[in-house]
Design a protein around this ligand. Structure first.
Ligand code: FAD
Length: 409
């Protein structure tokens, strides 16, 4: 036999079991309470920080796992515990990745630690890209950043929406337009520290699911940040804009857009893994329930009508995980997503989570429909996966365009 294997190695298994323990012992028992409270579960984040689970080090270790399976494995276990609490724990990572991907070494060293704080004083961070009129259509972004050369400051005006941890973050990473002529190529990211005059939280949303995760508007009204809050620095931005203008002039814009899309694709398997975690949690609950619940003098799982549903649920979850693992492995191995494999994994896993959690409710009957049983919450939570980080329709668009090479609308 060659060296192909889908088995986790001993190190991966021990990390998985450690996360699973935290998910089972700390997150699960707290899930219903924080869902009802609709508040950020600070004590749980603090618990995670105490054991090193809420830290940059932990995510960096998983990210650099050479098989690519570190992040999907961690996400699956955390979201198996509870999706709302898990998003509160991993939401900061989205902003941290924004700085790691675009920031200078100095910016990374200054800002990323401030995003996490420490176990005695935990902090969170927010990544603010979406706007009321720019959701799927990122190119419609209006938040504007203008350079004030005399003061070496950037002045930012606009309203962001749907920001996870928006308004309660110690550090906001804000995407803004610096050159409206260049579409998405004219965007840049800025650090906006908490307490900056003009930065405020707008509406906090009351949501259908993942209610332990804080989601809000972020208003930027004449916010001024020092020049060194531009991620990557001014020289790099000027070079990038000059290149984009040159490509726009020479008609090479489409190639540039596709390269950007390919980069974005790389983060999608992680969302797929979150969906696998929620789906698996609902499936396991339904399996146990179907074995214990008796009607007509026998466990309901003795009926093919129920057992076959569970067979389908498990098959789809395993298929989703394989797509997620394939895409994560490809991203780590530097293989290009020539068939939009990142989008495929996110599309299939998120649709699976919605389907499987709905089936779990059905298998629990009336109990499944109540908040006394967790599958109702899991079903509400699962609806987010087909929406954020690109809706299912946008994933299909990316896949169809990649496969056909045509500008399908
Ligand atoms: C709980 C939550 C947390 C979030 N966290 C963050 C965050 O931290 N930071 C951040 O920046 N954003 C965040 N988002 C925003 C999220 O990424 C957007 O909601 C998502 O991209 C969709 O944008 P939209 O809501 O404006 O929907 P729209 O873009 O208005 O889409 C509405 C519907 O139209 C469909 N549609 C749109 N265009 C097309 C098309 N071309 N073809 C076919 N169908 C189409 C969509 O698929 C969807 O079904 C979050 C959202 C939620 C709900």
């Amino acid at each position: 036999m060659g060296d192909f294997s889908l088995e986790l190695n001993d190190d991966q298994k021990s990390v998985r079991d450690w996360i699973h323990g935290f998910a089972a012992d700390v997150m699960r028992p707290a899930a219903a309470e924080w869902d009802e409270r609709e508040e950020t579960p600070w004590p749980i984040i603090q618990e995670a920080a105490k054991i090193g689970l809420y830290s940059l080090d932990f995510y960096a270790q998983q990210f650099f796992d050479p098989t690519g399976l570190g992040i999907p494995m961690a996400m699956e276990e955390l979201f198996w515990g509870d999706a709302g609490i898990a998003l509160s724990i991993v939401g900061t990572g989205l902003a941290a990745v924004g700085v790691l991907a675009n920031g200078t070494e100095e910016q990374i060293g200054t800002w990323v630690p401030q995003m996490y704080g420490d176990a005695d004083d935990v902090k969170v961070a927010a990544f603010c890209s979406s706007e009321p009129d720019a959701g799927s259509d990122v190119g419609a972004m209006r938040t504007r950043a203008v350079y004030d050369e005399a003061k070496d400051e950037w002045v930012i005006n606009g309203t962001k929406t749907w920001a996870t941890n928006g308004g309660i973050a110690n550090v906001h990473v804000v995407v803004a337009v610096v050159d409206p002529e260049l579409g998405t190529k004219g965007h840049a990211s800025f650090i906006v520290p908490a307490g900056t005059p003009g930065l405020s939280q707008g509406q906090k949303f009351k949501k259908h699911g993942i209610r332990a995760s804080h989601t809000a508007e972020v208003v930027l009204d004449g916010v001024r940040v020092p020049g060194d809050c531009l991620l990557g620095g001014k020289d790099k931005l000027d070079e990038r804009l000059a290149r984009a203008r040159e490509r726009a002039r020479s008609g090479d814009g489409e190639r540039v857009k596709n390269a950007a899309m390919a980069t974005f694709e790389a983060s999608r398997p992680a969302v797929g893994a979150m969906a696998v975690g929620t789906a698996r949690a609902a499936y396991e609950y339904a399996l146990e329930y179907a074995t214990g619940r008796e009607q007509f003098g026998r466990p309901i799982i003795d009926n093919q009508g129920v057992a076959f549903q569970l067979a389908d649920m498990r098959t789809q979850i395993d298929a989703a995980r394989l797509l997620v693992w394939r895409a994560s492995w490809m991203a780590t191995a530097g293989r290009p997503f020539t068939s939009a494999e990142g989008s495929m994994s996110k599309l299939f896993a998120s649709e699976t989570a919605k389907k499987v959690t709905a089936q779990a409710i059905q298998i629990l009957g009336g109990n499944g429909y109540t908040r006394e049983y967790p599958v109702e919450r899991m079903h509400r939570d699962s609806a987010i996966y087909t929406i954020f980080e690109g809706t299912s329709e946008i994933q299909r668009l990316v896949i169809a365009r990649t496969l056909s090479g045509l500008p399908i609308r």
